[in-house]
Design a protein around this ligand. Structure first.
Ligand SMILES: Nc1nc2c(ncn2[C@@H]2O[C@H](COP(=O)(O)OP(=O)(O)OP(=O)(O)O)[C@@H](O)[C@H]2O)c(=O)[nH]1
Ligand SMILES: [Mg+2]
Length: 234
């Protein structure tokens, strides 16, 4: 599918790259990695794969600049080309590339944003989380959706999603304020405010087996505050 780009921010994901890229290549999509000066050689591994396939692209940034700005960089790159379906995906194998066609199918039904949800129909499809992590995720979703009027959605912090080109074009990318989890919430809210159609499809989320999490208290705090800033338009 020459019209599909998967954007993957990476920070120290060397242990996952060699498993992830073959799965993505099977899907016949293009990929764009945004690597933030990983110290573990992530970028070099990606470059090795680039010698084998022209579908792989890499932008290297000089320091760890955060998930939000990584995606904004990726979206701008995508808009310079002809991509119609633009994905966000984690590079730690938490998101199964085999789900990609299901997102595209929904986008073709005229949804501008399709979110891969771990919590559709009252179920929980997460493999490998302890109770505390699950509670945090469920609470974060309830908190954000209630305050922002997004209660028709179950997983606004999910990082596996597909945007149609028209919605990325319509967003003012330079105005996006947040970086961690808050970025995912802000993106959904902005799309919703522009009256685009949003839907969810069920996914199974697999907690990372390799590499380490970049989630921290600061990211959670940013999200908690950002929800109010978004609500009051600050
Ligand atoms: N380029 C870039 N990538 C990042 C940054 N922070 C996180 N990432 C990547 O973003 C994706 C999601 O980050 P994770 O650490 O898996 O965060 P998470 O999924 O919320 O946490 P876990 O459940 O513990 O995996 C991964 O592919 C990371 O390598 C960053 O500052 N810059
Ligand atoms: Mg992860």
């Amino acid at each position: 599918m020459i019209d599909t780009l998967v954007i993957l921010p990476t920070y120290n994901e060397a242990e996952n790259i060699d498993k992830l890229i073959p799965k993505l290549l099977e899907q016949n999509i293009d990929m764009l990695f945004i690597d933030d000066a990983s110290e573990d050689g992530t970028a070099n591994l990606i470059k090795k794969w680039m010698n084998k396939s022209t579908r792989i692209n890499l932008i290297e940034r000089p320091a760890k600049l955060g998930l939000g700005t990584a995606y904004v960089t990726g979206f701008k790159w995508a808009l310079k080309k002809d991509y119609q379906y633009i994905f966000e995906m984690d590079a730690d194998l938490s998101h199964d590339p085999a789900d990609i066609p299901k997102f595209i199918e929904k986008c073709k039904e005229d949804y501008a944003l399709v979110i891969g949800s771990r919590y559709t129909h009252g179920t929980i499809s997460v493999v490998g989380w302890d109770f505390r992590r699950l509670l945090l995720s469920k609470f974060a979703n309830k908190y954000a959706t209630t305050i922002l009027g997004l209660s028709f959605l179950t997983d606004v912090t999910s990082g596996y999603r597909c945007y149609s080109r028209k919605v990325i074009e319509a967003l003012n990318l330079d105005n996006i304020k947040s970086n961690g989890y808050a970025f995912q919430i802000e993106m959904v809210y902005r799309v919703y405010k522009m009256d685009f159609k949003i839907t969810e499809i069920p996914i199974i989320f697999y907690e990372r087996n390799s590499g380490s999490s970049k989630m921290n208290k600061r990211i959670v705090r940013e999200a908690a505050l950002m929800v109010w800033k978004l609500k009051f338009g600050k």
